[in-house]
Design a protein. Structure first.
Lengths: 266, 779, 161
C-alpha cells in the first residue's frame, strides 16, 4: 500500500477534527474493508483515522422496541450479544455467516454499511428491518442511506455512530455464499414488522446494490409462508451476472433464499 | 516391521519446526545488504513494448536499479526452454516461440514481466515501479483454443503458424477404424477439462546472491528440484557454470507441479544480483501466482468408444486440443501427450486406441504439469465415457467396468504403457463394500421422498508413476534422464545421514526415508537425518514430482543402503572373526547367526573410520552412494466412489459419502500415504466443483485472486473413508508404486458421475457450480 | 514513521515502522517472528492468523498502529518451553500438516475455535469455523481430526488447572 499517516482517535469529535486536517483522510474501524483496498493500491488516503477504539462507538443497547448497535461493534460481538439474539435473532444469524471467524473478530457494522459493497450482508438487514443510521451529524433512514454500488449518503468526514433497528415481529436471513469471496452470491432478509408490514431486501443480486423485492413482499404480505412464494417469479433484468452466478440463477436464488429466510423466521 | 520401520504410521519428524513456527521458507531468509525486486508486468494479453522510461523511478531514493527485457537479452541470458521434444504426425518438430525472461519487444499474456525494479525495500520497489512508464501498442489477443485456431486469428509466434505447437498422435488409426466398423454400439462424449491455478499456499520466492570474488552465485528458491534448476540455469540460461552456482530449496510450502519449473523471476534475480552487486530477493504475491505460476489442464476433447454386442470394448478414438498458453513451459509438451494419451486405456482391455492431440498457443499464462499432469485428464475422460456408456446401455456402471477390466498381467496397452501388476476387481470390490453400493437404490429412493436428488458416481483410475525409466523417456523426446541418486553416510559414532535428490515440500520424506533405514538397520529414526534440497550437499537429483520419490528416490536410498550393509558386514565379520555370510543385522547390531556374538553399529562405524583393524585392502569410511534408474513406470490404481445430494432449488451439491480404495503397492507410512490421498482428493473435488481459471475474450484474467478463484475450503469437502488393496510393484525391490497424485487423478470423475446421476442429465462440465447444476436440472 | 509499542508473546516490544506497515510485516520483518505467513493479498487464506487480545485475527489486515498497546500472540508463543500446546501436539499426532505453510495460521485459528466453543465441537462446526483458513495439502481431513482431538485435550488440560 501507499504510505499514509495513522491516527488513533479517542472520541468522535477528535476523529472529526483529525479528518478535517487531512488532505484525503479516511476512517477505519476494524479495517476489514479499507485495508484490503489500500493493499491493492486502489485507495491512497493521506491519513487513516482509527475510530475502532472509541468507547462511545462500541456496544449494543436494547430499549423497548429498539435495538441499537453502535458503529464500531464487531461482528463477533454482535452475533454473540444476548440482546441481539433475543430481539432480532436474524441479525445474529447474519453476522454468524458473514466473512469468516477472523474477519468477524475485527470487522464492524459501521464499516460494512459505509462501504456499501453490493454483496455485503448488512445492507439487506438495514433495508428490510427499516433501520436508521445515526451519524455525528444526523439520522438517515436506511432507504436513503444506500445510494447504489459502494455509494452512501455519507458526506465527507461524517462518522456513523450507530444503527438503530425497530424490533420486528419476525425476521429471517438466508444466504447463498459466494464460493470464493464468501460474500453473498445472493442473500435475502425478510421482515414482518410489528405493524404488519412486510419488507424484503436482497443483496448480492442486483447490479445496483441492495434492493427491495416487491413481488416477494406482496406475496408474503397476504400469506407469510415459504410456500406463498412458490408461484412468484423474480425478474432477472438488472441482476448481476458473472462467472459464479448468471442473472437468471440469481433471480432464482432471490426467491429460494427468501423462502428459506421465511422458514428461518418462523 | 519395527515400531519405526516400513509400514509403521510414524509421526513426522519434520513437524516440530512447522508447528512451532520455525520452518524456514525462502521469504523467511534475510541477507545483509539485501535488495528487493518488484516486477513490472504487462496489463495487456498481447502488445508491443514501445518504450520504457525508467528515469523518474531511478531518481527515487532507495532505488538501486531498473532493469529491462532488452538488457537481459543483450546480456545473453538464454530464453526459457521446453525440455521434452514432441514430433508432430507429419514428422516436424514442435514449434517453439521464443520466451525471454523479460519481454524486450512483445508481451503475450497478462502478467508477463517487461522490467524489474530493484530497491532497498519491498515497498520502495513497488512505489518506484509505478513511476516507470511503459508504452504499449496493443495487439489483438486470443484467449481460447477455438478462437486461436480460426483462420485469421491473431498469431502469437511467427515460428508457429496458426498458433499450433504440434499436431501429434499415438496408436493405430486403422485398427481403431476397423473396431468402429464392426461395433454394435458407439458411445461418444465431448468434454472440457477446466484450467486450474495450482495455488501452493507459499507463493514462489527467490533470493539470489552473487559473490564477485568467487564469481559464484547462491540461489534460494521455492523449487521441487533444485538440481534440475541448477542444470537448466547453467546449461541453457547462461547464468553461471554449475560449479559456480549453488541452488538451495529450503522448506517449500507446497508445489503440486508448479514449483518444478525454472521461472523468469529466478533468472532475473540471479542476473540482477550480479548487476547490482547485492543480494536480490523476490517474493511473489498471490496475484502474481495466479498470473505467472504455470497453470494446469485446459483441454477440449471429443471421445468415442466402440463396443461389441456384449458390451466389450473394441476401440477408443480421442481427439484433444490442449491449451499451452503463450509459451511452452519446461515440461508442458509432455503433459497432454506422453503423460495423457498413454493412459487412455485406463483399467480396461481396449484392443485398439487412437488419440490425436493438438497443442495450441493462446494469450494466457503458460500451462504445464499440475498434480497428476495428463493422467487426470485421461482418467476424467475415460471414466465419464464409461459411465455414459453404462447409462446408454442401462447397465450397472460397476458391472460394465468389471466386464472390461484387465485381469492378466503384465498387460501391454495399445498406447505404450505395459502394466506390470494390479487387481482392479479388488479395489472396486473394496470401494463398493465401503460405500454399501448395494444399498444405494434404497437410499436414493429415501432421499427422493425427502425431496433430495441423490446420486452415486464411480471412478476407476490408473496412473503411471515412478517417473521414469530414462532410456524409455529419452526415446520419447525427454531432454533429461529420470533416475534418482542417494548417498548414505554412516558417521563415526553411528548416526546416519541420508542425502537424497528427492525434495520434500510436504510429502514427509524426512520421516519415511528414515523408516527405510530403521527397517534395515534397526536403529531409531532419531539417529537418522535426511539431507535434501541443496546442490552443494547432495551430489545430484532429479527432484520430486510424478509420485516418484518412493518408487525412484527411496529405491536409490535402498541401493546405497545395500552397499553400506555389505561393507559394514565385512567389517563386522572381520571384528567378530566370523564369516561375512553369517552376519545378520538386528536392532542396530551385527550378529553372527546362531551365536551370541555381536557388534553394535556405532562400533562398526568407528572401526570404519579409525581404520585400525579393517579387512585387508578395505578403504576406510562408511559412506556409499547409488544412482537408481527404474526399469518401468509404476501403476497405482484404484476405485473412488462418491455419493452426494443435489439441492434442486439451488443446484448446490453436498457430499454424503466419499470412499477411496487404492492400490499403491507397499506402504511405507500409511498415515502419510492417507494424507497424500486426502489432499489429492480435495484437489480433484476442487476441480470438479469449484476451481476454474478464467480469461475473458481479450485475455484478461477474471480469476486472479482468492476473491474470484474458488479454492476448496474445509466446509466444501467431506471426510473420507480410505482403504487399500495391495499388489506389490514388481519393478522395484520395495514394491512401492507412489501415492501423491492418485486422489487428484481419480476424484473428479467420481464427483461429476455422481452429480449427473443425481440430476439425470449427463451434460455437465467442470466445475459443476451450483449455477451450472441448476441450469442442468431446470434447463 | 511511528514507534509502535505492543506486547508480543508476553514480551514488551517496540519498533519504528512506516505507518503503512501491516502487523504481519511488523512481526516477520521487524521482530523476526517468521512463523506467521502471508499466503494471499485479499484476507482470505488465514496463513497470517495471530491472536490479538485473545482473538484470532488476520494480521495481514491489521495495521501495526492498530495493534499498538495490544497483546499479540503468534505461533512462536503458544508452547510452554519444550511443552507443545495441545493444539500443536494434536496437529502433529493426527498428521494435520504437510508442507507446513498454512499450519501456524491454522493452529492459531483452531485454538480460538476451541476457546469459543469449548466442548461443543463437532466435525461440521469445525469445518464451518475453518472457513477462513485455506490449506492446499491436507484436504482438511486430518486438520479437522486434529482440532477435534485437541478440543478434548484442551478440556482435560483446563480441568486439570
Amino acid at each position: 500500500m501507499y504510505e499514509t499517516t495513522y491516527h488513533r482517535a479517542s472520541s468522535v469529535d477528535e476523529a472529526a477534527a483529525l479528518f478535517s486536517k487531512g488532505s484525503d483522510a479516511k476512517f477505519l474501524a476494524g479495517g476489514h474493508t479499507l485495508i484490503p483496498v489500500m493493499k491493492q493500491r486502489l485507495a491512497s488516503p493521506s491519513d487513516v483515522i482509527d475510530i475502532g477504539k472509541i468507547k462511545d462507538l462500541i456496544g449494543v443497547q436494547l430499549s423497548g422496541d429498539t435495538l441499537v448497535i453502535k458503529a464500531a461493534t464487531t461482528y463477533y460481538d454482535i452475533m454473540t450479544n444476548a440482546d441481539v439474539k433475543k430481539a432480532v435473532p436474524a441479525i445474529a444469524h447474519l453476522t454468524s455467516v458473514l466473512g469468516d471467524p477472523a474477519v468477524r473478530a475485527r470487522g464492524t457494522i459501521g464499516g460494512s454499511i459505509a462501504n456499501n459493497d453490493p454483496a455485503a450482508d448488512f445492507p439487506a438487514a438495514l433495508i428490510s428491518l427499516g433501520a436508521t443510521v445515526k451519524t455525528n451529524k444526523r439520522s438517515i433512514a436506511a432507504e436513503d442511506f444506500f445510494k447504489g454500488l459502494f455509494t452512501t449518503a455519507l458526506e465527507d468526514g461524517e462518522i456513523i455512530t450507530e444503527v438503530s433497528f425497530p424490533v420486528p415481529e419476525k425476521a429471517g436471513y438466508a444466504k447463498m455464499r459466494h464460493p470464493a469471496s464468501r460474500f453473498a452470491l445472493t442473500g435475502v432478509f425478510v421482515t414482518k414488522t410489528k405493524g404488519g408490514d412486510v419488507r424484503v431486501a436482497a443483496t448480492g443480486a442486483s447490479q445496483s446494490g441492495v434492493m427491495r423485492v416487491s413481488a416477494i413482499e406482496a406475496a408474503l404480505k397476504s400469506n407469510w409462508s415459504a410456500s406463498a412464494l412458490d408461484g412468484v417469479s423474480v425478474s432477472a433484468s438488472g441482476l448481476l451476472s458473472d462467472i459464479h452466478g448468471s442473472a437468471d440463477y440469481r433471480a432464482n436464488l432471490v426467491k429460494v433464499m427468501a423462502q428459506r429466510a421465511v422458514q428461518a423466521a418462523g | 516391521m519395527g515400531m519405526e520401520g516400513i509400514g509403521a504410521s510414524v509421526v513426522r519428524k519434520e513437524d516440530k519446526r512447522f508447528i512451532t513456527g520455525k520452518g524456514r521458507y525462502v521469504d523467511d531468509i534475510k541477507m545483509v545488504g539485501m535488495t528487493y525486486a518488484h516486477f513490472i508486468r504487462s496489463p495487456h494479453a498481447h502488445a508491443k513494448v514501445k518504450s520504457i522510461d525508467s528515469s523518474a523511478a531511478e531518481a527515487m531514493p532507495g532505488v538501486v536499479a531498473v532493469l529491462t527485457g532488452k538488457q537481459i537479452v543483450d546480456d545473453k541470458v538464454g530464453n526459457l526452454i521446453c525440455g521434452w521434444a514432441i514430433t508432430s504426425k507429419d514428422g516436424s518438430p514442435m514449434k517453439m516461440g521464443a520466451w525471454p525472461a523479460m519481454a524486450p519487444e512483445t508481451v503475450r499474456f497478462v502478467g508477463q514481466a517487461v522490467a524489474v525494479v530493484i530497491a532497498d525495500s519491498k515497498n520502495l520497489a513497488r512505489d518506484a515501479a509505478e513511476a516507470v512508464v511503459v508504452e504499449y501498442e496493443e495487439l489483438p489477443a486470443v484467449a481460447d483454443m477455438p478462437s486461436a485456431l480460426k483462420p485469421g486469428a491473431p498469431q502469437l509466434h511467427p515460428e508457429a503458424p496458426g498458433n499450433v505447437v504440434y499436431d501429434w498422435h499415438i496408436g493405430d488409426e486403422a485398427a481403431v477404424g476397423a473396431a468402429f466398423s464392426k461395433a454394435a454400439h458407439v458411445v461418444s462424449l465431448e468434454l472440457t477439462n477446466n484450467r486450474l491455478a495450482p495455488n501452493a499456499m507459499e507463493p514462489r520466492a527467490a533470493i539470489a546472491d552473487y559473490d564477485a570474488a568467487e564469481e559464484h552465485f547462491t540461489l534460494y528458491t521455492t523449487s521441487q528440484n533444485p538440481h534440475v534448476a541448477r542444470l537448466v540455469l547453467s546449461a541453457f540460461y547462461n547464468i553461471a557454470p554449475e560449479h559456480k552456482l549453488r541452488v538451495i530449496a529450503p522448506d517449500v510450502g507446497g508445489g503440486f507441479g508448479s514449483k518444478i519449473f525454472i521461472y523468469p523471476e529466478e533468472m532475473v534475480a540471479l542476473w540482477a544480483s550480479k548487476k547490482v552487486g547485492r543480494p536480490v530477493k523476490w517474493t511473489g504475491d498471490r496475484t502474481e501466482a495466479f498470473l505467472t505460476d504455470a497453470h494446469g489442464r485446459d483441454h477440449i476433447s471429443k471421445a468415442e468408444m466402440a463396443f461389441d454386442a456384449d458390451h466389450k470394448m473394441l476401440g477408443l478414438r480421442v481427439k484433444t486440443h490442449a491449451n499451452f498458453g503463450a509459451y511452452m513451459s519446461l515440461f508442458s509438451s509432455s503433459v497432454p501427450t506422453y503423460l495423457y494419451a498413454t493412459l487412455l486405456s485406463g483399467q480396461y482391455n481396449i484392443p485398439a486406441i487412437y488419440a490425436e492431440v493438438m497443442g495450441v498457443y493462446t494469450n494466457t499464462t503458460p500451462v504445464d504439469a499440475y498434480r497428476g499432469a495428463g493422467r487426470p485428464e485421461a482418467s476424467y475422460l475415460l471414466e465419464r465415457l464409461v459411465e455414459t456408456a453404462a447409462r446408454q446401455f442401462k447397465m450397472d456402471p460397476a458391472e460394465l467396468r468389471r466386464k472390461n477390466f484387465i485381469t492378466q498381467f503384465p498387460h501391454q496397452t495399445p498406447v505404450i504403457m505395459a502394466y506390470d501388476t494390479g487387481d482392479f476387481n479388488a479395489s472396486l470390490d473394496a470401494a463398493m463394500k465401503a460405500i454399501d453400493y448395494a444399498g444405494f437404490p434404497a437410499r436414493k429412493a429415501a432421499a427422493k421422498a425427502q425431496g433430495k436428488l441423490r446420486g452415486i458416481g464411480l471412478s476407476c483410475y490408473i496412473e503411471a508413476c515412478g517417473i521414469a525409466p530414462s532410456k524409455a523417456v529419452g526415446s520419447l523426446g525427454a531432454g533429461v534422464g529420470l533416475w534418482e541418486s542417494a548417498e548414505i553416510r554412516v558417521n563415526p559414532v553411528g548416526t546416519i545421514e541420508v542425502l537424497t535428490g528427492s525434495h520434500s515440500h510436504g510429502q514427509g520424506h524426512e520421516t519415511t526415508f528414515c523408516q527405510l533405514i530403521a527397517e534395515r538397520l534397526g536403529v531409531p529414526i532419531s539417529q537418522v537425518s535426511i539431507v535434501h534440497g541443496d546442490t552443494d550437499k547432495v551430489q545430484f537429483g532429479m527432484g520430486t514430482y510424478g509420485s516418484r520419490s518412493a518408487a525412484v528416490g527411496l529405491t536409490a536410498i535402498l541401493k546405497a543402503m545395500e552397499k553400506v550393509e555389505a561393507k559394514a558386514k565385512k567389517i563386522a565379520a572381520h571384528a567378530l572373526e566370523a564369516s561375512e555370510g553369517d552376519i545378520v543385522i538386528e536392532n542396530g547390531e551385527f550378529k553372527v547367526t546362531g551365536t551370541d556374538k555381536s557388534i553394535a553399529l556405532p562400533m562398526v562405524a568407528l572401526a570404519a573410520y579409525t581404520a585400525h583393524n579393517l579387512p585387508d585392502g578395505m578403504e576406510p569410511g562408511l559412506k556409499e552412494s547409488a544412482f537408481y534408474d527404474p526399469t518401468n513406470f509404476t501403476f497405482p490404481a484404484g476405485t473412488y466412489i462418491c455419493e452426494l445430494e443435489v439441492d434442486e432449488a439451488t443446484g448446490k451439491t453436498s457430499f454424503v459419502n466419499f470412499v477411496a480404495a487404492d492400490d499403491f503397492g507397499r506402504l511405507i507410512n500409511p498415515m502419510i500415504v492417507e494424507g497424500q490421498v486426502h489432499g489429492g482428493l480435495v484437489q480433484g473435488i476442487g476441480q470438479a466443483l469449484l476451481e476454474h481459471a478464467i480469461y475473458d475474450s481479450n485475455g484478461q484474467p477474471v480469476t486472479a485472486s482468492f476473491m474470484d478463484y474458488a479454492m476448496p475450503r474445509a466446509d466444501d469437502v467431506p471426510s473420507f473413508k480410505l482403504s487399500h488393496t495391495t499388489t506389490l510393484c514388481p519393478g522395484n525391490p520395495l514394491g512401492v508404486k507412489g501415492c501423491g497424485e492418485a486422489g487428484a487423478i481419480g476424484a473428479s470423475a467420481a464427483v461429476i458421475n455422481a452429480i449427473t446421476d443425481a440430476i439425470g442429465n449427463n451434460k455437465l462440465e467442470m466445475p459443476a457450480t451450483p449455477d451450472r447444476v441448476w441450469h442442468a436440472i431446470h434447463g | 514513521m511511528s514507534t509502535v509499542k505492543l506486547t508480543v508473546n508476553g514480551k514488551a516490544v517496540s519498533a519504528e515502522v512506516e505507518d503503512r506497515t501491516l502487523l504481519v510485516h511488523l512481526l516477520r520483518d521487524h521482530l523476526n517472528l517468521t512463523g506467521t505467513h502471508v499466503g494471499c493479498d485479499t484476507s482470505q487464506c488465514g496463513a497470517c492468523v495471530v491472536h490479538i487480545d485473545g482473538r484470532a485475527v488476520k494480521s495481514c489486515t491489521v495495521l501495526a498502529g492498530q495493534a499498538a498497546g495490544a497483546n499479540v500472540t503468534t505461533i512462536e508463543g503458544i508452547a510452554r518451553g519444550d511443552e507443545l500446546h495441545p493444539m500443536q501436539a494434536a496437529f502433529r499426532d493426527n498428521h494435520g500438516l504437510q508442507c507446513g505453510y498454512c499450519t501456524p495460521g491454522m493452529i492459531m485459528s483452531a485454538i480460538d475455535i476451541v476457546h469459543r466453543h469449548g466442548g461443543e465441537l463437532d466435525e461440521a462446526t469445525v469445518r464451518e469455523e475453518l472457513e477462513g483458513n485455506i490449506c492446499r495439502c491436507t484436504g482438511y481431513h486430518n486438520i479437522v481430526k486434529a482440532v477435534l482431538d485437541a478440543a478434548g485435550r484442551m478440556k482435560v488440560a483446563q480441568a486439570a488447572e
